[in-house]
Design a protein around this ligand. Sequence first.
Ligand SMILES: O=C(O)CCC(=O)C(=O)O
Ligand SMILES: [Fe+2]
Length: 218
Amino acid sequence: MTAINPPCLAFPVAVVNTVIDALVEKGYVIIDDFLPQELTQALRNEIIVLNGKGIDRAGIGRGGQLQVNTNIRSDKIHWLNGSTDAQRCYLAQCDALRRDVNRDLFMGLNDYESHFAVYEPSSFYKKHLDAFKGRSNRVLTSVIYLNETWEDGWGGELVVYDETDQVIERVLPKGGRAIFFLSERFPHEVLITQQQRLSIAGWYRINSSTANYVDPAH
Ligand SMILES: O=C(O)CCC(=O)C(=O)O
Ligand SMILES: [Fe+2]
């Protein structure tokens, strides 16, 4: 595993404020070079090693109701569990962001779950919402991209729609780039990729009495 050097840096205050302001103004934000390069590289190395050993196809739903439906999505995922320095650093910074968001926006987020995702060539994730209104405890979605480079023409863009189904963003999954969006407001899809596409998708969640519902699509 690659050592992280310099050791775990906090997200700069200006970046945290950009996220918070954008969530208030428009409900989403895209930030380049969100993670320090060393951390992006360490996380990328990890997912490549894990993928080499073999990781599972993502399912839809949770627990006993988990189904693998490759018509909807065809990525492979591995949940982060804090078992390496890079994961611990990433999770610690995401948790610090959670506390900052709560402090300023009173969102009451109380945890963050995240998984690596590998989209092999010809993989996709059809249009979906990460949370349905009042039926999920997922509130804020984050996606961090881990490829070193990404070129136009490789496909694999994240297409984000607004509440009236108009395309508002086409995001190239460039390494170090991050997107945050309110989970129940923005339908989105991952277009078919031509190249192996690496990322970490994560969700800030609230505790709620509706937590018995199955979160859609994960
Ligand atoms: O990788 C992306 O750009 C988005 C992935 C996604 O929508 C999800 O995992 O729910
Ligand atoms: Fe999603």
